[in-house]
Structures are given as structure tokens and as C-alpha cells.
Design a protein around this ligand. Structure first.
Ligand SMILES: Cc1ncc(C[n+]2csc(CCOP(=O)(O)OP(=O)(O)O)c2C)c(N)n1
Ligand SMILES: [Mg+2]
Length: 319
């Protein structure tokens, strides 16, 4: 598949943004600078970035409780995200939503979501809306292996298949739902095989290979835009951290974590870009330095922003 130089570099930059953003949030959360809960996306960068690079700016995504990576990958603003995590009035939701409720309708980001499986019907509705309006838009739905055992998965994909809706269902199979190992609660090996139950394509892909994710998603997006209906894509990946920050890591063999961390997605991609002459070593370093500069600015912006006034607590509750 032909992939433009701009797209190749964008994917490198966005994966670095996700990696550094999450790494910094890990430290800031541990230092007690942020309230609430954070679920980090470290290790899964190639999924969000590969899938979103196949979308246009006005296409939709739905996200999950582990949403920072999806939001950055769709072009979300790190300053507004960081301020939201700090609970500041300058954040995406004026500091009232926190990590699990970040949305940006201008970028087609229909929201992170603390309810497991809730993004599936929302993305399906966005697909139905696009079809009825003949807008040509596509909705990509991110969800976990755990969510694929929820009723919403089956209901949403059934109706999307029956109506040929322009939706790409991207399952991030990171082997666990909190501390439950998926092999203990699911009989099928590949979640992708469940596509057969709805007569739609179901494809499994290495979720740590950004090019593989991009290619399979672009084909699914093209299919969706052509009116040929939804696709189910299972990305095999792993989360490096525990389910949420602060939870003890007692349920995973250390060797398993180590083995997956050795298969990290960014360094080999960077090497391949340099080997192919897409970027020089120096240019690759400049991209990373610029990401770190933007991130430092986002943290300073968040720290220096004011908290919401108590009187505003009941504003913005209804739309
Ligand atoms: C409807 C619902 N059930 C249970 C929970 C509690 N919960 C939060 S995340 C999670 C696991 C989700 O696992 P998965 O879908 O694999 O996503 P991952 O955390 O691995 O990214 C559970 C059970 C919830 N938030 N919502
Ligand atoms: Mg999971």
C-alpha cells in the first residue's frame, strides 16, 4: 500500500506524543498533582495512531476509559487534555469531566467513556447518522477485549452489519480486563472470528505494528465509505501498566510484561523510517524534541490554570 511521507511522519509524531504524554501523566499522578483516576495507554500507541491516521478530520471516533491515546491520535490538544486531568477550568470539559470524559466534537471525538462497551452503540449511531445524511463520514470505534464480551458489542455490530453502516470496530486485545485474563472467560481465540457471526469481515492484526494497523484500517475505512458496511479489526497488543495507576500488579507474570515491553512499537518504526530515508536521525530527534517541548508547555499551562469556581458546579449539566 502507498503511504504518503506526511502520513508516515505524522504516525511517528503522534505515537511519540502518546508515549510521552502518558509517561508524564504517570509521574504527575504518582506525585499527587492530579485528582481522580487515570488508565494509561502505554504500550498500545500503534493501535490508536494507525487507526486514526486512516481517518479524515471530520470522521468520528469513540473512545474508552483508556482514552488519552485515542484523543491524541485524532488530533486532540495536549494542553486542553492536561488541564482537564488537573481539573482546571481551561480543560476540555472545564475541569469537570477528567480523564474518562474528554471529548472534542470539532475533531469528531465523541468522547472517552467510563462505561465499558458504551462506545459501541454511540459509534454505530454516528455511522447511522452519516449514512442518513449521506455525508461520507466514517466512525471508528475503539474498545477492549473485555468490552467484546458485553451485550452492546453484539447488538451494535449486528445492526451495523444489517444496515451496512460505515463503522470500523477496532478491538484492542491487551489480554486483560482489569485482572481477568481473557483466555479464562472467552472460548474463541481470535475476537476477529466473531465477525463471521454478523457476516462482516473480521481481521486480526499485530497491534504493535503501526503500519499493519494503518493498512488494515484504511481498507476498512475505504469499504465503509464505499457503502459496503462495517469491519471488525482485532489488534493484538498489551498494556504496560496496571489497569489504573496505583493498582498493584499482582495478576500478570513478570516475564509476560517484560516480553511485551521488548516488543514496543515506536523504536522499530523510527528505525524503519530512518532506514527507508523518510527521516534522518537528526530529523527524527527534532520531531521528538518538539513533542517534548509541547508537552512541557501543556504541563505548565495546566499547573498555572485556575480551578473552576464552586458556583459553576451546576453549569453545563444539560444540553
Ligand atoms: C459496564 C461496566 N462494567 C464494568 C466496569 C468496570 N470496568 C472498568 S474498565 C474494565 C475492564 C475493561 O477491559 P477491556 O475492555 O479489556 O479494556 P482495557 O482496560 O483492557 O483497556 C471494567 C470491568 C465499567 N466501568 N463499566
Ligand atoms: Mg483489555
Amino acid at each position: 500500500m502507498d503511504i504518503s511521507r506526511d502520513t508516515l511522519i505524522l504516525m511517528y509524531e503522534r505515537m511519540l506524543k502518546v508515549r510521552h504524554f502518558e509517561d508524564r501523566v504517570k509521574d504527575l499522578f504518582a506525585a499527587g498533582e492530579m485528582p481522580g483516576f487515570v488508565h494509561l495507554y502505554l504500550g498500545q500507541e500503534a493501535v490508536a495512531v494507525g487507526a486514526c491516521a486512516a481517518l479524515n478530520d471530520d470522521d468520528f471516533i469513540t473512545s474508552t476509559h483508556r482514552g488519552h491515546g485515542h484523543i491524541i491520535a485524532k488530533g486532540g490538544d495536549m494542553k486542553l487534555m492536561m488541564a482537564e486531568l488537573y481539573g482546571k477550568v481551561t480543560g476540555y470539559n472545564k475541569g469537570k469531566g477528567g480523564s474518562m470524559h474528554i471529548a472534542d466534537p470539532r475533531l469528531g471525538i465523541l468522547g472517552a467513556n467510563g462505561i465499558v462497551g458504551a462506545g459501541l452503540p454511540i459509534a454505530t449511531g454516528a455511522g447511522l447518522s452519516a449514512k442518513l445524511r449521506k455525508s461520507g463520514q466514517v466512525a471508528t470505534c475503539f474498545f477492549g477485549d473485555g468490552a467484546s464480551n458485553q451485550g452492546t458489542f453484539h447488538e451494535a455490530i449486528n445492526i451495523a452489519a444489517a444496515f451496512d453502516l460505515p463503522v470500523v470496530y477496532v478491538c484492542e486485545n491487551n489480554l486483560y480486563a482489569v485482572g481477568t485474563r481473557q483466555a479464562d472467560v472467552r472460548k474463541v481465540e481470535d475476537i476477529a472470528d466473531r465477525g463471521a457471526g454478523y457476516a462482516i469481515p473480521g481481521l486480526a492484526v499485530d497491534g504493535n505494528d503501526v503500519i499493519a494497523v494503518y493498512e488494515v484500517c484504511r481498507e476498512a475505512v475505504d469499504r465503509a465509505r464505499a457503502g459496503l458496511g462495517p469491519t471488525l479489526i482485532e489488534c493484538k497488543t498489551y498494556r504496560w501498566r496496571t489497569h489504573f495507576e496505583g493498582e498493584p500488579d499482582t495478576y500478570r507474570p513478570l516475564e509476560e510484561v517484560d516480553a511485551w515491553m521488548k516488543r514496543e512499537p515506536i523504536a522499530p518504526y523510527r528505525k524503519s523510517l530512518i532506514d527507508q530515508g523518510v527521516l534522518t536521525e537528526a530529523e527524527a530527534g527534532e520531531v521528538e524534541a518538539d513533542v517534548l517541548k509541547q508537552l512541557n508547555e501543556a504541563v505548565e499551562f495546566a499547573r498555572q490554570s485556575p480551578s473552576p469556581e464552586p458556583e459553576s458546579a451546576l453549569e453545563d449539566l444539560w444540553a
